[in-house]
Design a protein around this ligand. Sequence first.
Ligand SMILES: [Ca+2]
Length: 260
Amino acid sequence: MRKHYTPIVILLEMLTALLLVNCSVSSQPIPDTGNRMQRTLTVDTARIINVDGDVSLSEVQNRLYWNTHSTGLTNTANWTVTFNNETEIFLKTGPNEAGHVATGAWWTASFKSNEKLPLYTSKPLQVTASFRANVLTADCESGLEWLRIALACAIQRPNGSVVYTEMDFWDSPTVLACQSGNTRFGSNIVYKGGDVVEYKMGQANLAEWTNYSVDLTEHINSAWSLKPGDALESVYVVAEVIGATAVTVKVDDLWIACLD
Ligand SMILES: [Ca+2]
């Protein structure tokens, strides 16, 4: 992992609560699409687009700002998301479950602009997401369950369709063996299919805080080839499961920075 900090970035980091920029945590470089973005950052051009990444507001406020929801789970799944200076996701599922719990920044609730963020004008807009996470538990009952914990983002394309780019920071062995991924061959795609491209950006040590900084633009562009009309809808943390699992993950300091 290469980390490169400029003095300006360090200043920005101080100002924006652990905003780490200009590095990718991917353990493998993502494919160069031939349209590599210029990655120099200046204070003049960086702006934070979301409201409360450090979870400093009240529980009631953050329940709105962090847009907590689940998809696909039945009533027998047990999940909660709490906000107390940190966001904590808890999810416990039985063998017949398939779904996810997500929380983070959506344009409707969390973007200061209350608008989707255009990602391509004359060139791709540079967007980074920094956050810290602590995977307290990631249990799979039989060892064959599908469990992914990731930072993810949704992009609306000009035709109205939505595509997802995910950057996993914890995966179960079944995920890492998935046939549509290439991590088995030393590359960094965990899963690719339909409207999802999913990258591997390391395997978090359990019960430890890890800082992440993700070049969203580069990942999205590699996955989907950004074009005029593409817009960022959301950036969020998600726990995705198939089968009997138990997950607890804490997240804090989720800041999305855009370089105009
Ligand atoms: Ca906090």
